[in-house]
Each structure stands twice: as structure tokens, then as C-alpha cells.
Write a protein that binds this ligand. Structure first.
Ligand code: COA
Length: 155
């Protein structure tokens, strides 16, 4: 697995970055908003874009992974895990005390991945997806209704 992870300036975001970000979050408006204030990382192999991640500080002590996505043709090969671990290391180096990530109750692979990387469930925002999305969302045969918030202490 030969890849590089580097920071992308918000002014250097290209269409390919945005389309990958939309895989994890269908709202382009929200994606563009958090990219303005967040830390954007891209994962590349040679010149190919494999993955992307956006971290957004919440206050001085916490940081949230607002978006993480791996191109569909590269999924299931460990890239997401490497990108997530890079985010955790970045948060530690920048002395954040907590790192947080939210996902849907039906996102079973993501819930598996985040727990394997050390996150624990701390809160459920009931009916978050019912309130915020017009269409009903289904994954793995389960309706996506609730937002599961997971957190990891970094000290
Ligand atoms: N149960 C338990 N663990 C599972 C699992 C399942 N059903 N499915 C996958 N995993 C585990 C894998 O086993 C792997 O762990 P391992 O190395 O111990 O075997 C781990 O998850 C990481 O998998 P990886 O190959 O690194 O993930 P990926 O490269 O496919 O990236 C995503 C993961 C979520 C970023 C990617 O699938 C994606 O972009 N999805 C669409 C966008 C999205 O949903 N983003 C997150 C929004 S909350």
C-alpha cells in the first residue's frame, strides 16, 4: 500500500475532492461550509485521489471528524483505517483532548471501523436523520434514523 496523506488548502479544493466528500455527506452546502474552517486531508497514490477527510475543531479541547471517504473502487482495503488513524494522530499532536465522529445507526461497517480504531459510543441523537433529511434512508436493510456519536479520549 503506497500512499501519501497531505493537507489540502481550502482554496485548492477541486471537483474531485468535493465529489468524494459527497459520498459521506450528501449536502454540498454543509460540505463547503465545514471545509472553510476545517483541516482537509487527502490520501493519494501516485496522482490518484483515494481518500479524503475533514477535521473541524469544536471549542479548544475537542475536534470532530466531519467527513471521511474512500473512493468506492479502493474501499475495503484498509485505506479508511489508515486515514482515520492519521486524523487521530493529528488531533494528538495538536493537543486536543477528545476526538469525535458521528454516524448513522444503519452504518454497520462504519460503526465497526470506528470502534476498531478506539472510538466509543457516547450519545445518540434520536431521529436526527428524520429531522434533517427529506427522503427516508436505508442501509443494510435498516432505516437510518438516529445519529450515533462516538468519541475517543486522547490523553
Ligand atoms: N463489521 C465490522 N468491521 C467492519 C465491517 C463490519 N461489517 N466492515 C468493515 N469493517 C472493518 C474492516 O474489517 C476493517 O477492519 P480490519 O482492518 O480490522 O479488518 C475496518 O473496518 C476498516 O476498513 P477499511 O478497508 O479501512 O475501510 P475503507 O477503506 O472502506 O473506508 C469508509 C471506510 C467508511 C471511509 C468507506 O467505506 C467510505 O468512504 N464509505 C462511504 C462514505 C462514508 O460512509 N463515510 C463515513 C460517513 S460516517
Amino acid at each position: 500500500m503506497e500512499f501519501q496523506i497531505h493537507r489540502v488548502d481550502k482554496n485548492e479544493l477541486k471537483d474531485e475532492h468535493i465529489s468524494l466528500l459527497l459520498l459521506a455527506d450528501p449536502s454540498e452546502k454543509l460540505v463547503r461550509e465545514y471545509c472553510q474552517n476545517g483541516y482537509i486531508f487527502s490520501m493519494n497514490e501516485d496522482n490518484e485521489l483515494i481518500g479524503i477527510m475533514v477535521l473541524l475543531p469544536i471549542g479548544e479541547e475537542s475536534i470532530e471528524i466531519k467527513n471521511i471517504a474512500v473512493d468506492e473502487s479502493y474501499q475495503g482495503n484498509g485505506y479508511g483505517k489508515q486515514l482515520l488513524n492519521h486524523g487521530i494522530e493529528f488531533a494528538k499532536q495538536n493537543e486536543y483532548k477528545r476526538i469525535r465522529i458521528g454516524t448513522g445507526n444503519s452504518s454497520l461497517n462504519q460503526l465497526g471501523l470506528y470502534q476498531k480504531c478506539g472510538f466509543r459510543m457516547i450519545k445518540i441523537d434520536k431521529d436526527f436523520f428524520i429531522r434533517n433529511y427529506e427522503e427516508e434512508l436505508f442501509e443494510n436493510g435498516i432505516q437510518c434514523r438516529d445519529m450515533v456519536i462516538l468519541e475517543q479520549l486522547l490523553f
